[in-house]
Design a protein around this ligand. Sequence first.
Ligand SMILES: Nc1ncnc2c1ncn2[C@@H]1O[C@H](COP(=O)(O)OP(=O)(O)O)[C@@H](O)[C@H]1O
Ligand SMILES: [Mg+2]
Length: 255
Amino acid sequence: MALLEVRNIEAYYGAAVALRGVSLDVAQGTMVAVLGANGAGKTTLLKTITGALDPRAGSVTFNGVEIQGRETWDVAALGIAHVPEGREVFRHLSVEENLRMGAYRRSDSDEVEKDLQAVYDYFPRLRERGRQHAGLLSGGEQQMVAIGRAVMGRPSLMLLDEPSLGLSPLLVQEIFHIIRRLAAERGTTMLLVEQNANIALSVSDIGYVLEVGRIVLTGPSRELAENPDVREFYLGVRDAGVRGTRRWRRKKQWR
Ligand SMILES: Nc1ncnc2c1ncn2[C@@H]1O[C@H](COP(=O)(O)OP(=O)(O)O)[C@@H](O)[C@H]1O
Ligand SMILES: [Mg+2]
């Protein structure tokens, strides 16, 4: 049994279908990446896991327990933290207040202080900016706040919605390096959705490719990074000798 099991999720916005029977597994202690272009359904997928959106069909189990249909606070209380698309920090609160918000459910105040220091050790820039309003930070720093806030809840699973969005390549490297460390050092299982296939495949163990609401390909991230179709469509690399019918046939096969 995987820590998180998503089975045949169908999600709609009104009459428009966004997910057409999506299934995936996230094993304990792994980092799984879902790759997809803008509009593929990545955010919708995470929302069906957090309880923010009720799918029309399908199930989501966490630790073997059905969580589909539960409220977001209930899902969060089980140990699933969501780092939403576009960061969503509390702009008028200080960096430290934002981080403490992530621990509001906890009563082990000594451990909360330790975790706050741990977040500052992971993100030294946030320690320097602890008293500043989060709204005054750069996009990269706000992304750090959003990740740090999730860490403060001591989740067993973190859902990360496009942490690379709008950040410089250097900052993307820095933030993903820390995400990797959080996974390794704190044992946090990670489900990441990304348009940036390059970085997502370089840090994750398993990858899924989502195209217009459907999983079309999955495998170990290292293998996906070598897959000619993934290279062409998601990594922007065109390998010599790989084109035309082979690609087309494969795509037909996926669907
Ligand atoms: N609130 C909404 N109302 C109607 N359609 C939506 C809404 N949110 C997303 N969609 C549509 O659902 C599809 C998937 O969107 P989304 O999950 O946000 O994709 P991604 O995160 O991969 O960019 C898109 O076609 C998008 O236009
Ligand atoms: Mg999105």
